[in-house]
Design a protein around this ligand. Sequence first.
Ligand SMILES: [Zn+2]
Length: 203
Amino acid sequence: MKLVELFFPNYCLLCNRPIRYNELLCPECLGDLSSGPIALYEDQRAFKSYFYGRYESKLRDLILLYKNSHHWRLSKILASFLVKTMKTYSSSAELLTWVPSSLSSLEERGFDTMALIAKITSDMTGIPLKRILESRATSNKRGMTVEQRRSLVKNSFSAIGKVYEDVALIDDVFTTGSTISECVRILKNAGVGSVTVYCIARA
Ligand SMILES: [Zn+2]
């Protein structure tokens, strides 16, 4: 045991086991999280999506912990899941972009949770990163009906920048796919040839 561990005991963020001073998760939890990507993929005609895992147990806990706390160092672990998924399905994307958090959640959390993951994913894969989609949503999506959310999504994103052939779009959780579908539609309208979606988890 290092002296620092004696004075500053450190615990796994998911299961509370004692861990080394410079770690976030214990080897058991990391092991449980290492089985992705899952074989599941979806073909939505306009785009294909691949997922690292199901939105359940430790993967769900980890995503929620990252989004709702300020454990920004977890972004590296979550980005590594996307990198593994992209490598498994041999992404040939020339550009990487992400589904932006709404402005309200940005204010709540103090940082764009997906932007940070996107930056690290770009560094790890060497695929250039660009913010193409911009969120114009100002109200909180929580508590809205499906129809309200859908209409908000329709008006929430605007494509900016030049035209690309092959773009990888990343997001944390794929739920109904309505936000992602809308992002893909906007990217294609802006002239992007092909969009492949990579998500950390499938709800
Ligand atoms: Zn643990």
